[in-house]
Write a protein that binds this ligand. Structure first.
Ligand code: ATP
Length: 307
């Protein structure tokens, strides 16, 4: 593993604020050219981890490498070489959108004006207006233009679409896909699971400062439960539900009309052959099996009290 193939390498990252451990041994590997979702409930530690990656916070302990550099030791160089969109966008209120882009490009020392112009048009951003007159969404657009147009290989996006309307959200998603196709690497922190599901190849979920899931989305979905729905007459389904309960599998039924009902169950993939065998023995033929969505997969990690 080297910095060319793994632009972000984090091992055993601990970050404390006083006696509070905001990050408690986080591992995060982001491979080149991937869009990596970074998820977790409010207060999980995502923004803290991102700030350590940028050299804004010093790690208490653990190893952190971004583009082959320790951001704690080389914050300016790391920051210059990545595109970053912070969770809350505070910009200079008296500058116009164009002037903000000039300042940000000046700090970086590199710029792609053609790409910048193209993105402004796609996102319908009027760069002549002053930041203080921009809506939240328009301030976000300034950051999106700066981030995607910059000649960087790594983008770190912390809730980049908060405040964007659905059409702009769509354009943002296209921009991420184009970035990945061009071989750029994206770390995307987002609470919008449909966005993560569409864009991300890999995900890491943290909760209470610790990683609770990490891997390729396809692999995690494979490990997840599947939804099975069977339609038949009520008597057949009652018998089937009893058989399944005998195997420790609970199901819920739903009455559609007098003669036909639906039976719903959620099982681990490993249990599916047994369930389908029981369904076949019961003589049911109207069966639907669906993979768990990202929502089914991850909501359980969100269902605890926030810190
Ligand atoms: N500078 C700080 N001083 C003290 N505590 C902090 C500081 N920054 C963050 N924390 C605490 O660390 C924890 C993690 O916060 P963080 O902002 O990283 O969460 P997050 O996952 O980004 O949450 P959200 O989804 O709400 O943005 C929280 O309990 C927060 O209160």
């Amino acid at each position: 593993m080297n910095q060319r193939s793994t632009p972000i390498q984090v091992t055993g990252l601990v970050k404390t604020f006083g006696s509070f451990r905001a990050l408690d041994g986080v591992d995060l590997m982001v491979e080149k050219g991937t869009v990596h979702g970074f998820l977790g409930p409010n207060g999980a530690g995502k923004s803290t981890a991102v700030r350590v990656l940028l050299g804004l916070y010093r790690a208490t302990s653990g190893q952190v490498s971004v583009l082959g550099l320790d951001p704690g030791k080389h914050p300016a160089e790391v920051t210059r070489n990545i595109s970053y969109i912070p969770g809350d966008t505070t910009l200079w209120p008296n500058l116009t959108g164009k002037q903000v882009l000039d300042v940000l490009a000046g700090l970086r020392g590199a710029r792609n004006k053609v790409h910048e112009q193209e993105l402004m048009e796609r996102l319908s951003l009027d760069p002549t207006k002053k930041v203080r007159s921009y809506s939240t969404g328009n301030r976000k657009k300034v950051m999106l233009v700066a981030a995607f147009s910059a000649p960087t290989d790594l983008l770190i996006l912390d809730e980049p679409t908060s405040g964007l309307d659905p059409l702009m959200e769509q354009i943002f998603q296209d921009c991420v896909e184009e970035a990945a196709q061009a071989g750029r690497t994206v770390l995307l922190s987002s609470h919008i699971l449909s966005e993560v599901e569409r864009l991300c190849t890999d995900v890491t979920i943290i909760k209470d400062g610790r990683v609770v899931e990490s891997g390729s989305l396809a692999h995690l979905q494979h490990l997840a439960a599947v939804q099975v729905t069977i339609h038949d007459d009520a008597q057949t389904l009652t018998t089937l539900a009893r058989t399944l309960r005998g195997r420790g599998i609970e199901s819920s039924s739903e009455q559609h009309h007098q003669a036909s009902t639906g039976l719903h169950l959620q099982v681990h993939r490993d249990q599916l052959p047994q369930v389908l065998a029981d369904v076949a023995v019961a003589g049911c033929t109207d069966v639907t099996v669906a993979s768990a969505s990202l929502e089914d997969l991850f909501l359980r990690h969100y269902q605890t009290d926030a810190r």
